[in-house]
Design a protein around this ligand. Structure first.
Ligand code: HEC
Length: 157
């Protein structure tokens, strides 16, 4: 499994020195709480864009743009929390919907992460390019599908 180096590097620490220590120091329960929180951050940012796309609230260009950029900047965060020993059936005390299948098909799980990251990057780029709301709306749908695409395969009902 991969662990992103960015948080360590931003602390100015040597990744080579810190990575194994950090990986061992994190308790499964903490990693699970971390990733669930990061996933909720994404949902919070996506929510209003989904509501605008569905016409439940009025389209607000500025808010939409801010949400799109926020989502693009956090979409890489949850995944390092899927450490070894943190899935369903592993030896920990946390509640998790992360299926054991993630461990058996890690590359499939990574592909779903990539799809999400690409879709949110596209949305952020479209916002920067001042695209029409009709196009943005469709792209919100594509982002939502990339969430669902992973949940259908790798998250418990
Ligand atoms: C690569 C796979 C994947 C993608 C993509 C994905 N999720 Fe998830 N999501 C999961 C898994 C697995 C869980 C279960 C995590 C757990 O319980 O430990 C989950 C859980 C959640 C949760 C519940 C967190 C909690 O409090 O327990 C929310 C909210 C969520 N995802 C939102 C989203 C949103 C919004 C998107 C798209 C913007 C998204 N997810 C994309 C795999 C994914």
């Amino acid at each position: 499994m991969t662990v992103t180096l960015r948080p360590l590097l931003s602390l100015g620490l040597s990744a080579a020195l810190m990575l194994p220590l950090a990986a061992q120091a994190a308790e499964p329960e903490d990693a699970i709480e971390y990733r669930q929180s990061a996933l909720r951050v994404m949902a919070w940012q996506l929510g209003p864009m989904g509501d605008m796309a569905q016409g439940d609230i009025d389209y607000d260009e500025e808010e939409f743009a801010t949400r799109a950029r926020n989502l693009a900047s956090v979409a890489h965060l949850p995944w390092e929390g899927f450490m070894e020993g943190t899935l369903r059936g592993d030896d920990h005390t946390a509640e998790t919907d992360a299926l054991a299948k993630i461990g058996d098909d890690w590359s499939g799980f990574e592909e779903k992460q990539e799809t999400l990251k690409q879709e949110v990057a596209t949305l952020a780029r479209m916002v920067d390019d001042d695209e029409e709301f009709s196009a943005l709306r469709r792209q919100v749908g594509a982002v939502g599908n990339s969430c669902k695409g992973c949940h259908d395969d790798f998250r418990a009902e």
